[in-house]
Design a protein around this ligand. Structure first.
Ligand code: NI
Length: 228
């Protein structure tokens, strides 16, 4: 399931994040990739140990945590600290798979996150660069994603994906992995469709006992399919 979530950040927030990133240090992105992915990877990443960069990561985490539509679709259990990457001068990231498990040793105790979902939050306007599409291999074929600054795409981290070469300008984005309360993508999809249907029905028929019963069904499925 691919979900486009528009306007996650306001234009002011994007300007703040970009000003900090543009003034900060960028490091070779290959350092954070596994052996095989590193061979396909050519980009830069912001230095998350820099407190000013970490503050922007925290800003995005807060925006995600309070976003109702994202929460309903992703059902996040654990969200990795948002990171930032930049592609310029022909840089790209060839077709690869993301690691299934990530560990964050800087937490009080090492914390594992199973990467159920990947998120790309675009921080450059599409007109500011050529190329740089995120291409996700879906069951229906490849999907090419290039969104306005402040919008994000949520997709299964289990899919193969790539970033096309950026042939003009700079593509800056935040990338995020998360573990969902619901591990199975097809279960998560059914829950999301049921949830959005119930919301629509509830607007058309407030106080309906049938809608309340459907909501009970949603929660019973969530109880059956979730782990915490
Ligand atoms: Ni990836």
């Amino acid at each position: 399931m691919l979900i486009h979530v528009p306007a996650v950040l306001t234009p002011d927030q994007i300007a703040t994040v970009r000003a900090t990133l543009d003034a900060g240090r960028w490091i070779d992105g290959r350092g954070s990739a596994g052996h095989m992915a590193a061979a396909a990877k050519d980009n830069q990443e912001a230095d998350l140990t820099d407190p000013s960069v970490r503050a922007q990561s925290d800003l995005i985490l807060r925006a995600l945590s309070s976003h109702a539509r994202f929460g309903a679709a992703a059902l996040p259990a654990r969200i990795c600290p948002p990171s930032f990457n930049r592609y310029t001068g022909g840089q790209n990231y060839g077709t690869h798979n993301d690691a299934a498990l990530l560990c964050f040793p800087d937490a009080a105790a090492p914390r594992w996150v199973r990467t159920d979902l990947a998120v790309t939050l675009f921080l450059s306007a599409p007109g500011d660069y050529d190329g740089g599409e995120l291409v996700i291999e879906d069951t229906f074929g490849p999907v090419r994603v290039k969104l306005p600054a402040g919008d994000m795409v949520v997709y299964p981290a289990s899919s193969q994906h790539r970033v096309e070469p950026v042939t003009r300008g700079a593509r800056v984005a935040s990338f995020i992995w998360l573990q969902s309360l619901v591990r199975d993508d097809s279960h998560r999809r059914l829950l999301h469709e049921l949830d959005t249907t119930i919301m629509r029905l509830n607007q058309a028929m407030p106080d309906s006992k049938d809608v309340a019963q459907l909501l009970g069904l949603y929660h019973n499925l969530l109880r059956m399919w979730s782990d915490t």
